[in-house]
Design a protein around this ligand. Sequence first.
Ligand SMILES: *Cc1c(COP(=O)(O)O)cnc(C)c1O
Length: 357
Amino acid sequence: MINFTVGPVTASEEVLSIGTEQLPYFRTAEFSEIMLENEKYILKYSKAGRNARAVFMTCSSTGSMEAVIMNCFTKRDKLLVINGGNFGQRFADLCEIHEIPYVSIALEYGKKLRKEKLYEYDGQDFTGLLVNVDETSTGVLYDVEMLGEFCEKNHLFFVCDCVSSFLADSFDMEKLKADIMITGSQKVLACPPGISIIVFSEKAVERVNCLKTRSMYFNLKSMLKDQERGQTPFTPAVGILLQINVRLKEIERLGGVDKEVERVALQAKDFREKIKGLPFMLISESPANAVTPLHPLSANAYEIVLRLKEEYGIWVCPNGGELRDYLFRVGHIGALSHEDNSTLVKAFQDLKLRGLL
Ligand SMILES: *Cc1c(COP(=O)(O)O)cnc(C)c1O
């Protein structure tokens, strides 16, 4: 199978080979050293500022989104949620569950947030802003610089879900003055699912340390405390953390974060050029590098997903809910090549010849 989904994606040979080894015990100096090295690389690649910190949560990235809501906000906050798809809605749902006051800025599928619309919320009583930098369900990349300026002007605690954009689109946490960055192991990091990562600005660390959290497992104060010595309060996904270590060093060896972003960008560009002339509509007004959502003009999107899987040995990503028959997505992350793009495009051409596209 060639995997064009958005996670889990194809891992490199080196990452894969670690997965076949016996796991070490983790309350050791050696494992602590790996965890501290992981933190160092994550801070470097997110371009986090002075005294920033990172923790490694054993849960999927939704767990980290929830932990951030639980540990950084209270009923006295009032948040702005940029809601342009499934992941924006997830932040809104989390605010509902944890009874954090919020207002959703609802956007049509595929549309970016314009400055005029954002500034309708300027100078009000908001205290924080939540955004999925790449709204992966529609592949829209929001203008984080615009959001960062807005947050600075309005003194908002700025949370960036970069689950699918970290290492795929450039991100400078310090320059943006972002307070939180969230990512996960199974997207551009191209490791198995199970670990998600939270980066904290200095201000975010202070905030977490002075708020009370009613949770044992999702307590970021204790995560931060233990990570000071490269440990976690409970047994982490040891194997995935070792794979992440190998992968972070692989990125370093291949030229660092900017090079990785460029590689994903070229993979996306190559695909978008190759599908010109095929009966698809690109729906994203401001396309992120990680994924291309396609609307087939004269076929059912979900049927194409199934046919590619069953007849061509290719996985692409279906959309859920009301978009299932309208849209599917082609990922550009993981160990994919331009040749893989050509294989997928040939399958599209074949479907067209057969009158199925
Ligand atoms: C994949 C993704 C998540 C969460 O994914 P999990 O399934 O919880 O790992 C959150 N936000 C965005 C933008 C994503 O792409």
